[in-house]
Ligand binder design. Structure first.
Ligand code: COA
Length: 402
């Protein structure tokens, strides 16, 4: 079946691992973003609509946060379906096949399950059967953590291509009676494809940090190794499965760590803060970005902000903002981009990327690749169903034998 062959042959032919024949130094590997994509639900919820069922108003929300609206997942949508849509777009831009992927990481605080992971679901739906998959929990810093893990694996030579996704359905864990939190968050997903290359650039440096002593400032008490029952959560002032936040404390923490971690990661990358062309921060609150820009001495116009349209989409906010920045042509080749995330844990993370998209040199035509990807998505559905069906038949045969 030639179409099956076409769909499954790896097309990512650019990078072959260097063998260190005479004991000299092997060529350095770099991890470049070569694809990006995002997805939000169809339904937008404006501040005015929100104020019909929560005691708040557009004026207050916009003045204190910069948010005008957010997207809310419909019944059929979930963290995994949003992640899958963003992933498909990212593969389209990268123009590689799902079978070229070695790793899929989904950063999320609202996973489909504890396990199977959201990443494993996406892996199955994409037919990325050569890839490992896992979810990563670092709240709103999760995307930068995940990108760092994937970039390190590429630079160490253990993998060649990774799909890194930030995806959330925050609407499912909000207390819609708590006006201090429910006005802030929204649903969505963003994804990037990271690929090995010997062209210098890509992810240059990162800083990952945590302060567990602040864990009680921002939390979603849920199923875990401790007895997470209603009365225990209630005793701590929490509601089970609902987000709790000490807004003022988190605000102070965020303004401090954004500037500190950007300075640290710039130093590691060997550049000055002034060399940053665009900061793509976690989109929590416009006032946090304004405070960070003052502290760093970077013009606020160098801070990407789209919080107005999406609210805070937690781990998804940075890749969504990256997609919008590319769409608005705010990123050029060789630009230095700083990503910075902060959130529950407490956690925070910053990264410097030198932008440049070295595409595979030995490419088939894009049209052909697109067809091959679509064949793979179809195969994925058929493969999963047939495996489940085979397991069921085997069980029945076993039962009949016993
Ligand atoms: N609508 C209208 N009024 C509101 C309101 C709402 N949604 N939420 C709170 N208020 C009221 C309060 O009751 C209070 O009234 P009072 O002065 O009569 O007591 C007043 O507004 C001020 O409340 P306060 O909580 O001090 O507001 P704030 O300026 O600190 O803003 C946040 C609150 C949540 C917007 C702000 O603390 C924040 O953005 N924190 C960081 C949150 C964040 O980014 N979290 C995610 C990190 S990943």
């Amino acid at each position: 079946m030639p179409w099956l062959y076409l769909a499954n042959t790896k097309i990512m032919a650019t990078f072959e691992p260097r063998t260190d024949i005479d004991g000299g130094l092997a060529a350095r590997r770099y991890a470049h973003i070569i694809g990006w994509g995002m997805a939000v639900p169809d339904t937008a919820l404006s501040n005015d609509e929100l104020s019909t069922f929560v005691e708040t108003n557009d004026e207050w929300i916009f003045a204190r946060t910069g948010i005008r609206q957010r997207y809310i997942a419909d019944e059929g949508e979930s963290t995994a379906t949003l992640a899958y849509r963003a992933a498909q777009q990212a593969l389209e831009v990268a123009d590689i096949l799902p079978t070229d992927l070695d790793l899929i990481v989904v950063a999320t605080s609202t996973p489909e399950n504890i396990f199977p992971s959201t990443a494993s679901l996406v892996q199955d739906w994409l037919n990325a059967h050569e890839a490992g998959a896992f979810d990563l929990s670092a709240a709103c810093s999760g995307f930068v953590y995940a990108l760092n893990m994937a970039a390190d694996s590429i630079r160490a030579g253990s993998i060649k291509a990774a799909l890194v996704i930030g995806a959330e359905t925050m609407s499912r864990i909000l207390d819609w009676q708590d006006r201090s939190t429910c006005i802030l968050f929204g649903d969505g997903a963003g994804a990037v494809v990271l690929q090995a290359s010997d062209a210098p650039g890509g992810v240059l440096s990162s800083v990952l940090r945590s302060d567990g002593a602040g864990g009680d400032l921002l939390a979603i008490p849920s199923v875990g190794s401790i007895d997470a029952n209603e009365s225990r959560a209630g005793a701590n002032g929490y509601k089970l499965y609902k987000m709790y936040m000490a807004g003022g404390e988190v605000f102070k923490f965020a303004t401090r760590v954004v500037s500190e971690s950007i300075e640290q990661t710039c130093k590691l990358a060997g550049i000055s803060v002034k060399d940053i062309d665009l900061v793509i921060p976690h989109q929590a609150n416009l006032r946090i970005l304004q405070a960070a820009s003052r502290k760093l001495g970077i013009d606020i116009r160098k801070f990407m902000s789209n919080v107005e349209h999406y609210g805070n989409t937690s781990a998804a906010s940075i890749p969504i903002a990256l997609c919008d920045a590319i769409e608005q042509k705010r990123i050029q080749d060789k630009n230095h981009i700083a990503l910075v995330g902060f959130g529950g844990g407490l956690t925070w993370a910053a990264m410097v990327i030198r932008w440049g998209v070295p595409k595979p040199s030995e490419q088939h035509s894009s049209l052909l690749n697109r067809q091959r990807r679509h064949v793979q998505y179809r195969i994925a559905k058929w493969r999963s169903r047939s495996r489940r069906w085979r397991r069921r038949v085997n069980r029945k045969v076993q039962d009949m034998r016993n």
